[in-house]
Ligand binder design. Structure first.
Ligand code: OSB
Ligand code: MG
Length: 369
């Protein structure tokens, strides 16, 4: 495939409500949108990194630089035979930077599939036409405020609630949600690395609340700590930040560090590695679900396609557009009976709305390929 141009565009999108995690609070989402132009198609993708390196070591300005100075030159050197399947191996000599690599692989895959008239879902092996949606609920000022928000999401039809937790905001919010909404709702928590193994006895106090899982309680490099913690609590452990490859996934599973995996294509370098993690987990009988990074419709479309694969058996953080943005960059994803439809059109299967994109663009760079 002959790539002609790569456009990097910085956008700032106001969130419908502030989102607070154990690593920080944001009220708008800044991201880099990439457009790859070929002779016959345009491929779109969004870089999931945030302005500050708090979720992982990547951050937006760093991504733009590594894309421009380290990744694109290597892809350019491959020549016209470049396809999405070559991207990860071509970029492997560059250590780390999975989100920067993922956005390029995804935009190239989008262009390639559009040229062939094949959807992401078809290409990746999706078997479901709709995917069940959960919602990730930030840390709030008060329990009353939390209960109002959770009540709204349940009324909208979300099939699973994930509460962000941190020391000082863990047992009580979980207890309050269970007391108000009952034992039947699917409930889980995400700590984004906020605890240490010394907190095991405290975290085990979550066990009576029958949670689906606790996500990433310990630091990302503490695989053995998670394996120890798994023996000290009954709530299943799910890893997010710790898993950057299928090899990581295999090791974490075999070591007993997790029994569920949150798959985020951005975190693992792209959709092809994400599918390998799905496959490794399936081979071990470990269920997976699709995480998110507050994506616009551009990133969401591809995530939802991945979530259509057979071992995505738990509801994902694949929420409707309205949970994030008043105006999305594509036609909005709308919840229907708690599910989102897997797009069926070529590539990511959604069109970018030019005016919506122009309105939120703060800068733009064109890089001739
Ligand atoms: O840990 O899953 C996470 C958002 C940004 C960074 C990390 C995480 C999240 C979420 C929200 O939980 C997921 C979403 O709705 O896109
Ligand atoms: Mg997480």
């Amino acid at each position: 495939m002959k790539i002609e141009n790569v456009e990097l565009r910085r956008v700032t999108m106001p969130l419908v409500r502030p989102f607070r995690t154990s690593f920080g609070q944001i009220d708008h989402r800044e991201m880099t949108i990439v457009r790859v132009t070929t002779a016959n198609a345009e491929g779109w993708a969004e870089c999931a990194a945030e302005p500050d390196p708090l979720y992982s070591s990547e951050f937006l300005d760093g991504c733009d630089l590594v894309i421009r100075d380290h990744l694109l030159p290597r892809l350019r050197a491959v020549g016209d035979g470049l396809t999405a399947e070559h991207v990860a191996t071509t970029l492997a000599p560059v250590k780390g930077h999975p989100m920067s690599k993922a956005v390029l692989e995804t935009a190239i895959l989008d262009a390639q599939l559009k040229e062939r008239g094949v959807s992401f879902g078809q290409h990746l092996g999706a078997v479901n036409q709709t995917v069940p949606s959960g919602v990730s609920v930030g840390i709030m000022e008060s329990i009353d405020g939390l209960l109002d928000v959770v009540g709204e999401y349940l009324a909208e039809g979300y099939l699973r609630i994930k509460l962000k937790i941190e020391p000082g905001w863990d047992i009580e919010p979980v207890r309050a949600v269970r007391e108000r909404f009952g034992d039947d709702i699917l409930l889980q928590v995400d700590a984004n690395t906020a605890y240490s193994l010394a907190d095991a006895r405290h975290l085990a106090r979550l066990d009576p609340f029958n949670l689906l899982l606790i996500e990433q309680p310990l630091p990302e490099d503490d695989i053995l700590g998670h394996a120890s913690l798994a023996k000290l609590m009954t709530t299943p452990i799910c890893l997010d930040e710790s898993i950057e490859s299928a090899r990581d996934a295999a090791a974490a599973i075999v070591l007993g560090a997790c029994s569920i995996i949150n798959v985020k294509p951005a975190r693992v370098g792209g959709f092809l590695e994400a599918r390998r993690i799905h496959d490794v987990a399936a081979a071990h009988g470990v269920p997976v679900w699709c995480g998110g990074m507050l994506e616009t419709g551009i990133g969401r479309a591809a995530n939802v396609a991945l979530a259509g694969l057979p071992n995505f058996t738990l509801p994902g953080d694949t929420s409707a557009s309205s949970r994030y943005y008043a105006q999305d960059l594509t036609a909005p994803f709308v919840l229907q009976d708690g599910c989102l439809p897997v797009p069926t059109g070529p590539g990511i299967g959604v069109d970018v709305l030019p005016d919506a994109l122009a309105n939120v663009t703060t800068s733009r760079t064109d890089i001739a390929f």
